[in-house]
Ligand binder design. Structure first.
Ligand SMILES: Nc1ncnc2c1ncn2[C@@H]1O[C@H](COP(=O)(O)OP(=O)(O)OP(=O)(O)O)[C@@H](O)[C@H]1O
Ligand SMILES: N[C@@H](CCO)C(=O)O
Length: 316
């Protein structure tokens, strides 16, 4: 399970006291998740999630706190950093940046249908619209340059078919980089997979895990979400789910001509991003008690995205 930093009750009690939310009733490490340490925390005044951020520089933390405050103030269903009675949001525990957030209702769904996908598209558009005009700048640490650098290093670890597939995608990223970076931007979640959304039945109750959020092309966020929510087990795009997600999104934020042109490329870029991060995680955490997502899922998806038959809904 992915509790990188185990905690004992006394240190948790000391950490939680300044929030003024009552006594610690119970706590439990969360096995799901692959990048940070999370605990469900029961206090007298409610249910919370404690996150110890295990990846990335500490100086990035104010960005995540501010972004979640903006989205929460825009009435979007996201967690946000609770403040201690002295007004402190960013704390430290076991030497790691630590945040206490409300626990959102609902659970993850594995088998998404078109109704789920439409709600994801709608919420993603709301997220972009809430930040587009006043985007908070943060450069992702897994952007196009990172893909070139890590991808080039990993080529020699792959078989011939895999390295051809990756090399072709890296060449395309190189050629299209300027156009990709010129696409319309906002703050993006950049990791909107099924395990980062909560549902009660078919009602989307919230988005979590904003630790990959950044400022970037909105189309990239749509491609990341679609690759997870709308792929079948062979990595092919499922037409009805994809059209539901894209249609609901475009009804709130219509796509531009430049976005429609770069759509197939962007789907491939989004595959490369997660193929690489999964390959790296599989190598670094091999043999450890850490959740590792299967890299091959994205190899398959990238292979399937060589031809894209689901265009962006775009009206001339
Ligand atoms: N605010 C929240 N409300 C309810 N559940 C939460 C909340 N935050 C986290 N969780 C639970 O903890 C799990 C792991 O959280 P999260 O996805 O943030 O971890 P991670 O290590 O960053 O994961 P990932 O592999 O997606 O990067 C989630 O799948 C969810 O079940
Ligand atoms: N959602 C990512 C893990 C966290 O970035 C994946 O499935 O590879």
């Amino acid at each position: 399970m992915s509790v990188f930093t185990p905690l004992a009750r006394p240190e948790l009690e000391t950490f939680l006291a300044p929030y003024g939310l009552g006594r610690l009733l119970d706590f439990q490490g969360i096995a799901a998740g692959s990048e940070n340490t999370n605990f469900f925390i029961s206090l007298e005044q409610g249910e919370f999630v404690l996150t110890l951020v295990e990846r990335g520089p500490v100086q990035e933390m104010p960005f995540f706190i501010e972004l979640l405050d903006v989205l929460h103030d825009a009435d979007l269903p996201v967690p946000y950093a609770l403040r201690t009675t002295d007004g402190v949001a960013l704390r430290e525990l076991a030497g790691k940046p630590a945040l206490l957030q409300p626990r959102l209702a609902g659970k993850h769904i594995k088998d998404a249908n078109a109704q789920h996908c439409a709600q994801v598209g709608e919420l993603l558009a709301h997220l972009h619209l809430a930040t587009q005009a006043n985007m908070i700048k943060r450069k992702t640490d897994r952007g196009l340059d990172w893909m070139q650098e890590e991808g080039t290093q990993l080529l020699s670890h792959l078989n011939a078919g895999q390295s051809d597939l990756l090399q072709r995608a890296l060449d395309e990223i190189n050629q299209q980089k300027t156009k990709i970076l010129a696409l319309p931007r906002a703050n993006i979640h950049a990791d909107l997979f099924r395990d980062n959304a909560m549902f009660e039945g078919t009602h989307l109750t919230g988005l979590i895990d904003f630790y990959n959020a950044c400022s970037g092309p909105m189309l990239y966020d749509v491609a990341i979400a679609l690759n997870d929510w709308c792929s079948d087990e062979n990595g092919k795009i499922d037409g009805p789910r994809a059209r539901a997600l894209l249609g609901a999104y475009a009804a709130l934020r219509p796509f531009t001509a430049a976005e429609a042109e770069l759509w197939p490329t962007m789907l491939r870029v989004a595959c490369v991003r997660f193929w690489l991060s999964r390959l790296i995680a599989a190598e670094s955490f091999a043999g450890q008690d850490v959740l590792i997502h299967d890299p091959m899922e994205f190899e398959l998806r990238l292979a399937q995205r060589q031809k894209v038959s689901t265009p962006l809904p775009f009206a001339l």
